[in-house]
Design a protein around this ligand. Structure first.
Ligand SMILES: O=C1O[C@H](COP(=O)(O)O)[C@@H](O)[C@H](O)[C@H]1O
Length: 232
C-alpha cells in the first residue's frame, strides 16, 4: 500500500544503489535464517543491476535465485529470462548461488507451472527480495493486460506458486509467480527506467483498473511497501 520513490541521475547509479540495498537484505536474511531467496525480473532493464549485484560479497551458496516470470522457451533462446540471469547475475561471486528455473522441458506452460510450483513453494517463499520490472503496457511479472489467467493470478486467494499466462502482448506463453507469491517480499522493489515508463507509472498510480494496468495490483495492494527505483 505504501510506495517510496528513489530517483537517480543515471541507470548506472541506480544499479549500484539497488545492488547495495538488495545485497544488504540478502545478507540480513542469511544471518537470521541461514538462507535467503530472491526473485528477479527479466527484460532489458535489469542487466546493469545484475552485474552490480553479482559482485557483492554475499554468502551466495546460501542464496536461492529465481525469476518472477519467464517465457516458455528453453534456456538457450535469446528471449529467455534464464539466459539473461545466467549471463549477467550468475557470474563472479554470485555463480555460487542456487538458481531455480521456471522453464521446464515439457509440452505446455501449464505442466511446467505445476512442476515448478512444487519445487519452489516450500523452499523459498516468502521471498526475502522481489525485484519487479514494468512494461510500457503496464504489465509486471507476466501479469499482462488481456492475459487469459490474469484475474486468477492477481487474486490474493490464489495460492503462492507459478501459473501459466497467455496474452497477445506477451509473445510466447509465459510462466509467472502469482501476486500472492510476490506481494509480501521482505524487500519489494519496482525497477523502472526512462521517461516513457515514468509516464506509465504515473498513470498507474493515478487509477485503479488492474485489468487495464496490472502493475496497479502491486502499487495499490501489496502488503509490503514498494520501493520504486527510477532513473532517466
Ligand atoms: O516481459 C517482460 O518484460 C518486463 C519489462 O521488461 P523491459 O524489457 O521493459 O525491462 C519484465 O519485467 C518481465 O520480467 C519480462 O518477462
Amino acid at each position: 500500500m505504501t510506495t517510496m520513490m528513489h530517483t537517480f541521475e543515471s541507470g548506472a547509479e541506480l544499479a549500484l544503489a539497488l545492488a547495495t540495498a538488495v545485497a544488504d537484505k540478502l545478507s540480513e536474511a542469511v544471518a537470521e535464517k541461514g538462507t535467503a531467496s530472491i526473485a528477479v525480473s527479466g527484460g532489458s532493464t535489469p542487466k546493469g543491476f545484475f552485474r552490480a549485484l553479482s559482485e557483492k560479497p554475499i554468502d551466495w551458496e546460501k542464496v536461492a535465485i529465481t525469476l518472477v516470470d519467464e517465457r516458455f522457451v528453453p534456456e538457450d533462446n535469446p528471449r529467455s529470462n534464464h539466459k539473461l540471469v545466467k549471463e549477467n547475475l550468475l557470474v563472479g561471486p554470485a555463480a555460487a548461488a542456487r538458481f531455480i528455473p521456471l522453464y521446464q522441458a515439457v509440452n505446455t506452460a501449464e505442466e511446467a507451472a505445476e512442476i515448478v510450483t512444487n519445487k519452489v513453494s516450500a523452499a523459498s517463499l516468502p521471498f526475502d527480495v522481489v525485484v519487479l520490472g514494468m512494461g510500457t503496457d503496464g504489465h509486471t511479472a507476466s501479469f499482462f493486460p488481456g492475459g487469459d489467467t490474469l484475474g486468477k493470478a492477481l487474486d490474493m486467494s490464489t495460492p503462492a506458486g507459478v501459473m501459466a499466462m497467455h496474452a497477445e502482448g506477451a509473445g510466447e506463453a509465459r510462466l509467472t509467480f502469482t501476486f500472492s507469491s510476490l506481494e509480501n517480499a521482505g524487500l519489494l522493489v519496482l525497477h523502472v527506467e526512462g521517461a516513457e515508463k515514468k509516464e506509465v507509472l504515473e498513470k498507474a498510480l493515478d487509477g485503479n483498473d488492474e485489468a487495464e494496468m496490472p502493475i496497479r495490483a502491486v502499487l495499490k495492494r501489496a502488503t509490503s511497501p514498494v520501493d520504486i527505483y527510477w532513473a532517466p
